[in-house]
Design a protein around this ligand. Sequence first.
Ligand code: N01
Length: 545
Amino acid sequence: MTGAPTDVDAVVVGAGFAGLYAHHRLRALGLTISGFEAAADVGGTWWWNRYPGARCDVESMDYCYSFSPELEQEWTWSERYATQPEILRYLNHVADRFDLRRDIRFDTRVTAATWDEASQRWDIATDRGDRVSAQFCIMATGCLSQAKQPEVDGIDTFGGDIFHTGRWPHEGVDFTGRRVGAIGTGSSGIQSIPIIAGQAEHLTVFQRTPNFTMPAKNAPLDPDAVAARKARAREIREAMRSSRAGVIVPMPEHSALAVDDGARQAHYEKAWNTGTLYGMVAAFNDLLVDRDANDTAAEYVRDRIREIVNDPDVAERLSPRNHPFGTKRPCLDTDYYATFNRDDVTLVDVRATPIVAITPTGIRTTADDFELDAIVFATGFDAMTGPLLGPDITGVGGVKLRDKWAAGPRTYLGIATAGFPNFFIVTGPGSPSVLVNMAVAIEHHVDWIAECIAYLRDRGLASIDATLEAEDAWVDHVNQVADLTLFPQANSWYMGANVPGKPRVFMPYIGGFPRYDEVCRGVAADDYRGFELTPATAPEPAPST
Ligand code: N01
């Protein structure tokens, strides 16, 4: 696509999992669409995050679209946990198969969206000078797409190369023979550190907060298991949609404190060996709500760290103690802890000896200078709100979304925000999104949005806007449910705690996918309860001559 059309029914911002499906769904409704994507091609997260070891930690056969049974049958994943290149190939296949690139302008970032009250339409501007008028604006901008640099002085002075895991060069990076420093030990760090260690002459890991990680037990998929799964694909999809996390997770019946030590250890051992995130997190029914129960899981993981890591001091530094197990997103890894047994890997605890600056030759902490040829920032994202507050978004009465959300995001159902009519957020703050299988959450939202748009068009309605009352009640509910859990105790990106100055609010909805789905369905069935619907203004009668 070259120039964007200036007048369409809907603008879709983003061309990852969410944006691609939005194009497919809205096109089927007969809408004209203009899509914008900052990257050079489709893929979203999987276009940008090309760091060594990048893969999804939701199983590949669950982390994919369900909207097309044919697609489901024809695509075959090769590994239990798909690598970034394989997921990107899949998304390219989907884009080709359903002709989804046709309306997308790549290398183009939306810079502003302004609601025009007179026409009841959005005026959308891009960094390439496009101006588009659209009835609907769909933000399919992802939850983890705004990469975050560390707050360290001197980044520009470094004489070697700097990389961010979320903005990895497409040609790849060869660290052979180089002294590398890695800052950050979240999922991106935990996946990339073992591979970088295998290449580099020496790797120094600068760790601020140790995280809980469990072995992924990744392996090639057995063709018989794939065939069996495909034979039951529809039934499994249904079960996924009615499960708490959008993947089939066994519902534990017991408290971790209701069984004796031996039984608890045996249960954790089984959970640890499942090679799944939920194995440990859902090993007992109270791990995320009761600190004493949680401590038993945390201690089990710390025992494993002590077992794997030879040096007791290093094992202790790798052992999380500041946040309850599971309340910062835990990770799945391949040989992460064992990497610290290598002679060419050093772990630096930057909470004990903070980074003072990046210098022309490396990283300076309060205790030492580390000479480096390359630095990897695995420092994460301005999560959930960052991608929505990047563009200048202005709603009714000239109110800016940035101002409205100054004290934290406020949405109704995580899909809409009052005062911004016809503005839909896919997997926004206030929805289960990042706490569940994103592929399921995305399809669920896009389906809801498409059905809502069909409803408006069938009735000749010009706009839909969440009411403040409905939004306030939803925000209260999201907070109340979060407060029943241990999550607010962690300085996590879920809480906005990783970005200095960001309001501390638990952003996703933790009430579970089935409950959330029931609420969304109920709202739609009740003629969009909690929304204000505005009819199209009748055109002025032509003056009689
Ligand atoms: O980012 P993170 P990520 N000085 O925010 C540290 C998804 N994901 O890119 O914890 C020193 O988790 C920071 O320290 P602290 C997944 O949902 C999924 O790894 O703030 N350190 C932390 O250790 C994941 O949760 C997959 O104290 C600094 C790290 O950088 C989310 O993306 C793969 C620092 C950032 O960790 C984000 O993961 C990858 C500083 N100034 C990502 N600033 C899979 O599916 C930050 N840190 C497998």
